[in-house]
Design a protein around this ligand. Structure first.
Ligand SMILES: Nc1ncnc2c1ncn2[C@@H]1O[C@H](COP(=O)(O)OP(=O)(O)OP(=O)(O)O)[C@@H](O)[C@H]1O
Ligand SMILES: [Mg+2]
Length: 286
């Protein structure tokens, strides 16, 4: 078995006297998808921030790409952080920068990636074209729709071609069609670039889509990968958070079989929509 991408060992986090994560143990294996679901305040965002060492745990160890990052100083984190892409919950685009400048930001701020300007330009363009925003390079975030801004955020998260992508609530506040587009692009990144994916969401549909659909380059859309519930080569682990603890970790089938009253609240007892099954859906909507 390949080495884990990310490991939490008995990780706890407190703010003042409040325990917000309680002895989290978690292993993220290469190529797999992890869906973090849980009520508001259950600890999804702090868990993702710990994974990038944007905050430090109060106890426990965190290993990223085989390296113990628990006590690493900010200056020693640049290099390893460049292997991780992140879409923050609030999007996090800088209003005063153009879309191209926003997407270039992770490249400019990572010393070891100091690429020549022409190469940076090419990578920014490629990254924006990947999310079908090639025409927005010189626009400002305020000139784009909410869904387009989210797509620009995905382009920025993945411009460094990271081994691990973290998406914090990428579909929150979006209409169902735009949410579908955003999830499709996340699966496109996962399946074409083989990026290990951790995604926090309130929407069970997002997890069901990640577990059962794959990007299909021929039809330029996601397609149902296998019959419902059977996905041998497509491993998605659902992790249900409850007040700073992992209340459940397992497959979609195991989650749907759970009788735990808290855990089962997060399950929609119906198969995911059959969108995409008919093949081409046309271009991605804004
Ligand atoms: N900087 C901070 N100072 C104090 N408490 C914090 C801080 N950041 C997070 N918390 C607390 O940690 C807990 C977990 O917060 P977190 O943002 O991870 O929840 P979440 O699961 O992402 O919620 P949501 O679904 O609303 O995004 C909450 O009780 C929150 O108030
Ligand atoms: Mg959050």
């Amino acid at each position: 078995m390949a080495d884990p991408i990310l490991q939490f060992e008995d990780v706890s986090l407190s703010y003042d006297d409040k325990l917000v994560l309680d002895r989290i143990n978690l292993t993220v294996n290469p190529g797999d998808t992890y869906i973090l679901i849980g009520a508001a305040g259950s600890g999804k965002t702090v868990l993702l921030k710990l994974a990038m060492s944007l905050i430090k745990p109060s106890a426990g160890r965190i290993k990223l790409l085989g390296r113990d990052i628990t006590d690493l100083k900010e200056t020693d984190l640049f290099e390893i952080r460049s292997e991780v892409g992140v879409l923050f919950q609030e999007g996090g685009l800088f209003d005063s920068l153009t879309i191209a400048e926003n997407v270039a930001y992770p490249l400019l701020n990572q010393k070891q990636l100091k690429a020549p300007e022409a190469e940076i330009e090419a990578r920014v363009k490629e990254s924006l074209e990947f999310v079908e925003l090639g025409h927005t390079l010189d626009k400002f975030p305020s000139e784009l729709s909410g869904g387009m801004r989210r797509r620009a955020g995905i382009a920025r998260a993945n411009v460094t071609n990271p081994k691990l992508s973290l998406y914090d609530s990428p579909t929150a506040g979006l209409d169902p069609i735009t949410a579908y587009t955003i999830m499709s692009l996340i699966l496109k990144q996962r399946d074409l670039r083989k990026t290990t994916t951790v995604l926090a969401t309130h929407r069970y549909q997002d997890g069901a889509m990640a577990a059962n659909y794959r990007w299909d380059e021929a039809s330029h859309d996601v397609l149902r990968a296998t019959p419902y519930g059977q996905y041998a080569d497509l491993k998605t682990t659902f992790i249900v958070m409850n007040e700073g603890r992992i209340a459940f970790a397992g497959t979609q089938e195991q989650l749907e079989a759970s009788r735990d009253p808290y855990v089962s609240q997060f399950v929609l007892h119906q198969p995911p929509p059959k969108l995409g099954q008919s093949g081409a859906r046309g271009h991605l909507p804004a």
